[in-house]
Design a protein around this ligand. Structure first.
Ligand SMILES: O=c1ccn([C@@H]2O[C@H](COP(=O)(O)OP(=O)(O)O[C@H]3O[C@H](CO)[C@@H](O)[C@H](O)[C@H]3O)[C@@H](O)[C@H]2O)c(=O)[nH]1
Ligand SMILES: [Mn+2]
Length: 749
């Protein structure tokens, strides 16, 4: 199947940001200077001085992670035309969609994602779409059935008029694009007709949702007496392209794996493993695309772009997966919640792509099935034939799974009876049961690896550790777009989950440092993994500590920032860093406002989510409580013109403890200002050093922090969901008093 031509199917170009590199190095030098200054100025030695030294050392290490990660960015260009010329027949691709809760993830969203997949520009008989429903919801099933009926009209319409965005809610939310092809009455009529049909579909799904009348009759019988956490496996073939028609539709299969109460289901990773096995029995495609239920296809040629990488003669031997970035639709202006990650994608992700390859981000990714089955790059050429015994140990005792897995590992890409999907259902139900994985390699050496709620990073890491590379693919138009949760409890909980998951990886045997020492993770890739673990999980603690130090110094009238010329280093760092980040935003075509919003939000999210994640990890390490994957709530997207809503960019709060660190930090800084302004600081402590009280530097930082926490400051006085709940405020007051009291205790009378 490899590309016979000599022309590569994709090209990779490294580019240099010289100016950026110089600034980054300068910042590193300044940080080192500051550390050096702290160490040599013996006369300043004091408790705050040492804590500051510790935090700043960590910030220096963090900066080093960032610097190496974005040092050598790359961009690749794919050539789908060359691909089509060089292969006789394109390979099959299995597509996985996961959904977990019909309330948090309204079925209409999943339906749109599925429709955008069914309408891909790729031979439909080579595609199969598997939807995993961890919610075991008849509504989701019903919605998919209706969607499949609608798809019979929608897919031909999209292909006929070469529609770009094939998720109807996005397509109909914009005005129809007028071009010469579609500026006809015929098109206009069809457009109206399709819109009518879609509205009808939407209406039907909403109606069932409203009536909550679970349609538990006929085909829905299977859902009677089921509970979300207690039900047998349900697998239904919603649409089967039996004759393998090239103008038919892809197969569509609904799967709700067996659940039993009190059994660990491993959240999304568990769902992905069931999907892998069931699809292995049914279609066993050599490539797997997986998306979250809200990640719609935005570029119908994605499969071709991904295959350019995976089928390229070099890529075929080295590249395990092709990752597309996570980008978002219907985004708010100027990124008020700092969650659009534009800068992260532009600089850091591109930088990682220049190393061993981008992290697997859980969605928008094409995997090789054999790599998921545990293949090493060295076995790629000779193939990997396992004995009967080994197969059983790894893949479990289903004869069919053993057979199909062996096929996949040996690279026999076409499953012999790929038309007999319905026949496989009974066996499929068996491999989707909760007991199947017991004593097998699933979740350990095979499939999605268990042990972290950011299962994506963990799987990607184990693949990189085997010596595989990965590639980042950024076609134009953007490949996939998804839903970005706004600012407030939902986003905060998501950030916390990421932080927890990354810390879980750090504190496990899969820690990237071991990956470099004992396996084939390259050093710089290890540093890139350390960058992400640090950014979400570790650094927030030091930030919090640094911020508390500020308050401590103001209360005790001491200082931790240099009082002499040393302060120039800090000031220079602050100014250059700010200019550096502003220029990053401006050169990415973003505004000052977007820059400021991101600066501010990164203080807020890091401290709140990061600190809570740390507490959760402590509880886990102490075996007091385990971590859970809380699904992010997704809203049905509004059309483009409705989203100028003034309140959309306002921060919201709820009772959750996640806002406690931030609220406390704000109250603490405000109290400090009061103490300072009213002159309530203790007199100059009988210091051992030169005895300067707290200086202008501390005051400046404190004011800066208060400005960053503006949404919280407003939250103290707002109403409704924009208000910080009183219970949180009370708790923060108690903590603040405690902090002030303890700090004062340390001052000798
Ligand atoms: O028990 C579960 C929990 C979640 N999911 C699915 O997992 C996906 C991601 O969940 P979401 O709540 O949207 O989390 P995000 O934080 O938005 O997801 C990001 O982070 C996750 C890891 O924390 C990755 O798995 C995702 O791919 C990545 O997009 C969704 O399709 C869910 O339906 C399940 O199938 N079963
Ligand atoms: Mn999501």
């Amino acid at each position: 199947m490899a590309n016979q031509n000599f022309l590569p199917l994709y090209e990779k170009n490294w580019y240099k940001h010289n100016y950026k590199r110089v600034t980054e190095s300068l910042l590193l030098i300044l940080l080192l200077l500051l550390l050096g200054y702290r160490v040599i100025s013996v006369k300043n030695y004091s408790f705050p001085w040492f804590v500051a030294l510790l935090c700043e050392s960590w910030f220096t290490i963090s900066w080093f992670f960032t610097l190496t990660t974005q040092w050598s960015p790359t961009v690749i260009k794919t050539y789908p035309d060359r691909l089509l010329q060089s292969v006789e027949e394109v390979p099959a691709v299995d597509m996985f969609v996961t959904t977990a809760d019909p309330v948090l993830e309204p079925p209409i969203i999943t339906v749109n994602t599925v429709l955008s997949l069914l309408a891909l520009d790729y031979p439909p008989h080579k595609l199969a779409c598997y939807v995993s429903d961890d919610g075991c919801s008849p509504l989701t099933f019903y919605a998919l059935q209706e969607a499949s009926k609608f798809a019979k009209f929608w897919v031909p319409f999209c292909k006929k008029y070469d529609v770009q965005v094939r998720a109807p809610f996005r397509y109909f939310s914009a005005k129809p694009q007028v071009s010469t092809v579609n500026n006809t009455t015929e098109f206009k009529q069809e457009w109206l007709h399709m819109k009518d049909m879609y509205d009808n579909l939407n209406h039907k799904i909403e109606l069932v949702e409203l009536q909550k009348s679970n349609p538990c009759h006929g085909e829905f019988d299977i859902f009677s007496n089921t509970e979300r956490t207690n039900h047998p496996t349900i697998i239904q073939v919603i649409c089967e392209n039996k004759e393998c028609l090239a103008d038919g539709l892809p197969h569509l299969i609904y799967i709700s794996r067996e659940k039993k109460p009190k059994q660990s289901h491993h959240f999304k990773a568990g769902a992905m493993n069931v999907l892998t096995r069931v699809s292995g029995l049914m279609t066993n495609a050599p490539f797997i695309l997986n998306v979250d239920c809200d990640m719609i296809v935005n570029n119908p040629k994605v499969v071709l772009h991904a295959l350019c990488i995976l089928l390229d003669s070099k890529g075929e031997k080295e590249v395990a997966f092709a990752q597309f970035p996570q980008q978002f639709y219907a985004t708010l202006k100027d990124d008020p919640f700092g969650n659009q990650m534009a800068i992260l994608i532009k600089y850091l992700t591109a930088g990682i792509a220049g190393l061993q390859g981008p992290f697997y981000s859980g969605t928008n990714c094409f995997h090789r099935r054999k790599v998921i089955y545990g293949l090493y790059p060295d076995s790629m050429e000779k193939g990997n034939s396992l004995s009967e015994n080994e197969l059983e140990q790894k893949f479990g005792d289903s004869k069919e799974i053993m057979k199909t897995s062996a096929h996949a590992l040996e690279g026999k890409t076409y499953f012999p009876n790929h038309t007999n999907i319905s026949i496989a259902i009974d066996i499929a139900a068996q491999v989707a049961s909760c007991g199947y994985e017991q004593g097998t390699g699933w979740g350990k050496q095979v499939g999605w690896i268990y042990g972290s709620i950011t299962e994506d990073k963990l799987l990607g890491l184990t693949i990189h550790e085997k010596g595989w590379r990965s590639e980042l693919c950024t076609p134009n138009p953007i490949a996939f777009t998804g839903f970005a949760p706004g600012g407030g409890p939902i986003a905060m909980a998501q950030q916390k989950r990421w932080a927890i998951g990354l810390l879980e990886i750090f504190f496990s045997k899969h820690c990237p440092i071991f990956g470099t020492i004992f396996h084939k993770l390259t050093l710089r890739q290890c540093l890139a993994y350390m960058w992400i673990i640090n950014y979400w999980g570790l650094k927030p603690l030091f930030e919090l500590c640094y911020a508390s130090l500020l308050s401590y110094c103001i209360i005790t009238n001491s200082n931790f920032l240099p009082m002499d010329q040393g302060i120039c280093i800090s000031i220079a760092f602050f100014i250059i860093y700010k200019i550096y980040t502003i220029s990053e935003y401006l050169s990415a075509g973003l505004s000052y406002r977007a820059w400021w919003n991101n600066q501010r939000m990164s203080r807020i999210t890091r401290m709140n989510a990061g600190f809570c994640a740390f507490v959760c990890i402590l509880l886990k390490l102490l075996r007091i409580s385990d971590t859970v994957f809380d699904v992010t709530k997704k809203d049905v997207p509004l059309s483009d013109d409705v989203r100028d809503d003034k309140d959309a960019g306002r921060f919201t709060f709820d009772e959750s403890l996640i806002f406690l660190p931030g609220t406390t930090m704000l109250l603490l800084q405000l109290t400090m200002m009061f103490i300072k302004v009213l002159g309530l600081q203790p007199l100059m402590p009988t210091t051992t050093h030169d005895g300067n009280g707290c200086g202008i530097g501390e005051i400046f930082c404190s004011v800066y922090l208060i400005i960053c926490y503006w949404p919280f400051l407003r939250g103290l006085f707002e109403t409704g969901k924009y208000r910080i709940p009183l219970s949180t405020i009370y708790k923060s007051i108690v903590l603040t008093c405690l902090f002030v009291h303890l700090s004062r205790k340390t001052v000798p009378a």
